[in-house]
Design a protein around this ligand. Structure first.
Ligand code: AMP
Ligand code: GLY
Length: 419
């Protein structure tokens, strides 16, 4: 069986690492892949956003399953195009991926179906947005409508900051067309937990919970990043909360998408916030999270390939998905300066030494081979992931692994897993 994974970051490395353990022994391909993925799969030089390039490759090489992992190709309709050619794909179609691609869509969906979320208003006119902003309490949250590379959410401390933000987004279009509309919403406080779920539109199977650390420096200081580390399980996500989420959020979301004629098949990511009034949805993603995947999939016992096939063929209900009762921690090693300017092309040492411990796996996020030498090729470079019987042991193990790896100006947080 031939499987193609679209993407080339830590998430995709983790997916491929798990697929490589499948008893079906699939032949693996990645587009475009990275330095770590190339040890497990054939990397083909096709960009993740090149829809026609991926479709053509899948056709010419008789790929049995294409897993579309990142958000952009999902929003571009890559799954629709693969299916139109009679090819099997894992991931939501374009009309369902909108749950991540449009903040207005997802907020309106939650309002219509009574799914708990922050109160909000939508504006397509900057003057109206500004007069509304004179009436709200602060801090308040301003979101650009469309995909803005994870940067389209601004928490404004006061009216002055809110005014400047609306001008940037709606008048100066700093996020491009993503700024044609804004959502202004109530600021919620509470810890955030991520729960990803497999769904084929009929059955929904949540994965184990995870939490991430988005700020660049310890104690949640510094600028926002794509994620500096994750751990699983969350200490806050109890069985009782899980039941509340299944009943009030997860199943209602799956059913709402069916009702709207937008059946969601793939991985639905619930970004949750634990408020004093119960659990609310902060955001939906239409895919595996990065770096949540790095701590969730190592705890999966069931064959991931079986799950992907069952979702694609709408028979998820036939499977029992099992998880190990352990913990996993991922520490991201970034290039000094990230998320601002940073160097690329720095030689990386010590990965093999770190991986001598069977509980440690180093997932590559931004690496490339230059002949025999592995070099950094991105801001987030590696995700050092460890499993252990509990969080404390997994944390220690992950840092033991991280300490053995070196590249010039390597930066990582020292407090991953401690919240
Ligand atoms: P989003 O892209 O919608 O996930 O927002 C990114 C981040 O902004 C979230 O993970 C939260 O930390 C924060 N955020 C978004 N919406 C709110 C809100 N209503 N209240 C507080 N924080 C928020
Ligand atoms: N880690 C958050 C995301 O993947 O969007």
């Amino acid at each position: 069986m031939k499987v193609l994974v679209v993407g080339g970051g830590g998430r995709e490395h983790t997916i491929i690492w798990k697929l490589a353990q499948s008893p079906h022994k699939p032949e693996l391909f990645a587009a475009p892949g990275n330095g770590g993925i190339s040890k497990l799969a054939t990397c083909v030089d096709i960009k993740a956003t090149d829809v026609e390039g991926v479709v053509q490759f899948a056709k010419e090489n008789s790929i049995d399953l294409t897993v579309v992992a990142p958000d952009d190709p999902l929003m571009l309709g890559m799954v629709d195009r693969l299916e139109a050619e009679g090819l099997r794909a894992f991931g939501p179609r374009q009309n369902a991926a909108i749950i991540e691609g449009s903040k207005v869509f997802s907020k309106d969906l939650m309002k219509k179906y009574g799914i708990p979320t922050a109160a909000y208003e939508v504006f397509d006119n900057s003057e109206e947005a500004l007069s509304y902003l004179q009436t709200v309490s602060y801090p308040t949250v301003i979101k650009a409508e469309g995909l803005a590379l994870g940067k389209g959410v601004i928490i404004a401390a006061d009216y002055e900051e809110a005014k400047a933000t609306v001008r940037d987004i709606m008048c100066d279009r700093v996020f491009g067309e993503a700024g044609s509309r804004v959502v202004i919403e109530e600021f919620l406080t509470g810890q955030e937990v991520s729960v990803l779920a497999f769904t084929d539109g009929k059955t929904l199977c949540p994965m184990v919970s995870a939490q991430d650390h988005k700020r660049a420096y310890d104690h949640d200081e510094g600028p926002n990043t794509g994620g500096m580390g994750t751990f699983s399980p969350s200490r806050l996500y109890s069985e009782k909360i899980h039941e509340e989420c299944m009943k009030n959020i997860f199943i209602p979301t799956m059913k709402a998408m069916n009702q709207e004629g937008r059946t969601f098949k793939g991985v639905l990511y619930f970004g949750l916030i634990m408020t004093k009034d119960g659990v609310k949805v902060i955001e939906y993603n239409a895919r595996f999270g990065d770096p949540e995947t790095q701590v969730v999939l190592p705890r999966l016992q069931t064959d991931l390939l079986e799950i992907f096939m069952a979702v694609a063929e709408e028979r998820l209900k036939e499977l029992t998905i099992e998880w190990t009762d352990n913990a996993a921690v991922c520490v991201v090693l970034a290039s000094g300066g990230y998320p601002k300017a940073y160097a690329k092309g720095l030689p990386i040492h010590g990965i093999e030494t770190a991986e001598e411990d069977k509980d440690i796996t180093v997932f590559h996020a931004g690496t490339a081979w230059n002949g025999e030498q592995l070099l950094t090729a991105g801001g987030r470079v590696l995700g050092v992931t460890a499993v252990g019987p509990n969080l404390e042991k997994a944390i220690n193990k992950a840092y033991e692994g991280a300490s053995k790896i070196y590249f010039d100006k390597v930066h990582y947080r020292r407090d991953i897993g401690r919240k």
